[in-house]
Design a protein around this ligand. Structure first.
Ligand SMILES: CC(C)(COP(=O)(O)OP(=O)(O)OC[C@H]1O[C@@H](n2cnc3c(N)ncnc32)[C@H](O)[C@@H]1OP(=O)(O)O)[C@@H](O)C(=O)NCCC(=O)NCCS
Length: 204
């Protein structure tokens, strides 16, 4: 059966977690990297599924979800909702790390407990943001382009005219994909391993 793009359903949650941990860490995968494989999905997938499910789309191969796009039309509102509704749910499973963070996991936890890091003044004119991840066996078949089209149309309908995203500088595959889809670099003060890209939501 050909894979299709459809809206996210609650029953997709475990598969989204699986895709996230297998494709996270700049596309390299993060299985076994931290004390729990749920750490990355708890940061980069779950809050969007909880707070913005209407903007979540998946690739369904007929058996399971093999890719997804998630995000928000309004990063500032998302950050406020994350603090109010997601942080309380994290508290029973994670402890805030020492500050400044010592280990790589501490750094992840610090980011997890500080969603305000997502608000960057240089990106104020690009209020939406997204994350996109597809399992290796399903990459390079047009699903990324289709997911991006669905997401940009969804956030445009919610009033977002422009969007940003962060990508690891070393993730050359994703950078080539974004460039092909019209994303442009923007100068942002950010951790040195990262760069930011922007584009309008029209003409996805
Ligand atoms: C990056 C990713 C989402 C791209 O999705 P995809 O399904 O592989 O991309 P598509 O097949 O839809 O490609 C869309 C276009 O980008 C181009 N493209 C994609 N990857 C490319 C690459 N590595 N080099 C050059 N062009 C590329 C395609 O040729 C295609 O062009 P066309 O539509 O004009 O023919 C996917 O590869 C992925 O999930 N990677 C791992 C996780 C990741 O890195 N996520 C991003 C984190 S910021």
């Amino acid at each position: 059966m050909n894979a299709t793009i459809r809206r996210y359903r609650d029953s997709d949650r475990a598969a989204v977690y699986d895709v996230c941990v297998r494709t996270g860490n700049g596309g390299q995968g993060a299985v076994g990297l931290y004390s729990t494989d749920e750490l990355l999905p708890d940061m980069f997938a779950a809050p969007y599924l909880l707070l913005e499910p209407e903007h979540a789309y998946v690739v369904d191969n007929g058996d399971r979800v093999v890719g997804y796009i998630i995000g928000t039309p309004d990063t500032a509102a998302f950050v406020a909702a994350y603090r109010a509704r997601w942080i309380p749910l994290l508290a029973s499973r994670y402890q805030p790390p020492p500050e400044p963070p010592v280990t790589a996991e501490d750094q992840r936890l610090s980011d997890m407990f500080h969603p305000e890091r997502m608000i960057r003044p240089e990106l104020a004119a690009y209020p939406a943001h997204l994350h996109i991840n597809i399992l290796p066996g399903y990459q390079g078949s047009g699903h990324g382009r289709a997911l991006m089209g669905a997401f940009l149309a969804s956030i445009a309908a919610a009033g977002a005219r422009s969007c940003h995203l962060g990508v690891r500088i070393t993730n050359t595959n994703a950078r080539a994909f974004y460039a092909r889809l019209g994303w442009q670099p923007i100068d942002v003060r950010a951790p040195e391993a990262w760069m930011f890209l922007v584009r309008a939501t029209s003409d996805p």
